[in-house]
Design a protein around this ligand. Structure first.
Ligand code: SAM
Length: 288
């Protein structure tokens, strides 16, 4: 089977199976060998690795993952890609393709069933319409994941890395940084895909932390506070939390808790660090 990493080979296989690209599934197939090699390298896939690939498409990156890793599980939602994957991955006996929606999969069960006790590395050229829910599902599952190396929209990669007080800073930055250390590995222009997306992309590596960087008694409350404060970004933190109804305190009482952290009562959520959100969550938990 020739490698798929060229516009010619990709177009030929799509034509052979009369495959029509489905926009609703975010299908933009990678055709640049250098970028694919960089993703596999950044993910640090060694001969013992167990890899979960989300959205293998026609199998371009999957082939490289099968060459580099011990075991690959590829989860693809589009059943029309199954016969193509049957051909492009036919030479490999270390890959399992599952035809299902990754958002409906139990990631821990997948890791247990196919990992043989190994920790999992997640690698993907993600469908951009569901980047955030996929990443959050993986983190929140607490599955044995070492790292996530994924192609995402460039501006989403920038949001993951952003710090307090910047325009890109938000709930995604805080959640990603709570669970991992994010690093943009490579920026990728639209010309590296068929069909070309309308936005620039970036490969980002999220190195999973062994412990969160802050001590928080109630993780769920922490993330509710974060979401409440960024859902109403232009409002003060006290208003955002009060309007969300997640806790049973008056606006004045919430403002008081905020002042007790050494912050102004009218501060906006976008100014708070992860540690300050954690302190606020702990102060509220203590009196709940
Ligand atoms: N990995 C291929 C590549 O790099 O050429 C394809 C990447 S394409 C951006 C995203 C892939 O994810 C498509 O194959 C699409 O059908 C698949 N996909 C979209 N939504 C999905 C979901 N919810 N679960 C699993 N796969 C999904």
């Amino acid at each position: 089977m020739p490698t798929l990493t060229s516009p010619k080979n990709t177009s030929e296989i799509l034509k052979k199976y009369q495959f029509r690209v489905q926009k609703k599934y975010g299908q933009n197939f990678l055709i640049d060998a250098n970028i694919l090699e960089k993703i596999v390298e950044a993910a640090e896939i060694g001969p013992d690795a167990f890899v979960l690939e989300i959205g293998p498409g026609i199998g371009t990156m999957t082939q490289m993952l099968c060459e580099a890793a011990a075991e690959v599980v590829a989860v693809e939602i589009d059943e029309k890609l199954m016969p193509i994957l049957g051909e492009t991955l036919g030479d490999y006996d270390n890959v399992t393709v599952l035809n299902c929606d990754i958002l409906k999969q139990d990631i821990c069960a997948l890791a247990e069933q196919y990992g043989g006790g190994r920790r999992m590395k997640v690698v993907a050229n993600l469908p951009y319409y569901i980047t955030t829910p996929i990443i959050m599902d993986i983190f929140e599952s607490h599955a044995p994941v070492d790292g996530i190396t994924v192609m995402v929209q460039r501006e989403v990669a920038e949001r993951m890395q952003a710090g307090p007080g910047t325009k890109d800073y938000g709930a995604l930055s805080l959640a990603v940084q709570y669970y991992s250390i994010p690093e943009i590995v490579e920026e990728v222009p639209p010309s590296c895909f068929i069909p070309q997306p309308q936005v620039s992309s970036a490969v980002v590596r999220l190195k999973k932390r062994s412990e969160p960087p802050v001590d928080v008694a109630d993780e769920e409350l922490l993330f509710k506070l974060i979401r409440a404060s960024f859902n109403q970004r232009r409002k003060t933190l006290a208003n955002g939390i009060f309007n969300s109804g997640i806790i049973d305190f008056s606006k004045e009482e919430i403002a008081h808790f905020i002042e007790n952290l050494g912050l102004r009562a009218d501060v906006r959520g976008e100014k708070l660090t992860l540690s300050q959100f954690a302190e606020l969550a702990n102060a509220l938990t203590a009196v709940k």
